[in-house]
Design a protein around this ligand. Structure first.
Ligand code: AMP
Length: 182
């Protein structure tokens, strides 16, 4: 059973690692950023309501985000585990996640923390070219990470695995798999 949360600053390579780990571990990759972008791309009402937050690098309100995650975690493919990428992003979301999992007798196995310098991630993001990747928005997203998301590492301190996120993609994947004993 593999129920994981990936935590790391924007640009740490979480999404890429989540994709690879999802294949290797045979559990779905659930990225709240991807879910929001899919809604925006499909022109749904939810998409229209969250677009401004994504454009400015601000967190989407918890009620919207938590409800979307609650629905996604109710899908059958998550019964054998999942990799959450980009959720939770603050303590309030973490508390809701605990509650959602507890309702079906589940709990997280590990929280993988990707460690990388801010200078390295900002340089990476500037090269990525996503719509929310201009310098001002990038800076803001790093600030949101430090103030809202990083405190999760203390919240989850008993199950955190700290991974050096600097290096080749497959090297970093191997570090995670080793830390997970897989
Ligand atoms: P990401 O692809 O994870 O970098 O997320 C892109 C954007 O989606 C973020 O800058 C937020 O605007 C929004 N977002 C993603 N996940 C969350 C979350 N858990 N809570 C609030 N907003 C989120």
């Amino acid at each position: 059973m593999t129920r994981l949360v990936l935590v790391g600053p924007p640009g740490a390579g979480k999404g890429t690692q989540a994709g690879t780990l999802s294949e290797k571990l045979g559990v779905p990759h659930i990225s709240t950023g991807d879910l929001f972008r899919a809604h925006i791309g499909d022109g749904t009402e939810l998409g229209r309501s969250v677009q401004g937050f994504l454009d400015e690098g601000k967190l989407v309100p918890d009620e919207v985000t938590n409800e979307m995650v609650r629905e996604r975690l109710a899908d059958e493919d998550t019964a054998g585990g999942f990799i959450l990428d980009g959720f939770p992003r603050n303590i309030a979301q973490a508390e809701v996640l605990d509650k959602i999992l507890a309702e079906s007798g589940q709990k997280l196995d590990a929280v993988v923390s990707f460690q990388i310098d801010e200078d390295v991630v900002v340089a990476r993001l500037l090269g990525r070219g996503r719509k929310d990747d201009n310098e001002e928005v990038i800076r803001h997203r790093q600030h949101v990470y430090r103030s809202e998301t990083e405190p999760l590492l203390n919240y989850y301190r008993d199950i955190v695995l700290t991974i050096d996120a600097v290096g080749e993609v497959n090297e970093v994947t191997n570090r995670v798999l080793n830390a997970l004993d897989k």
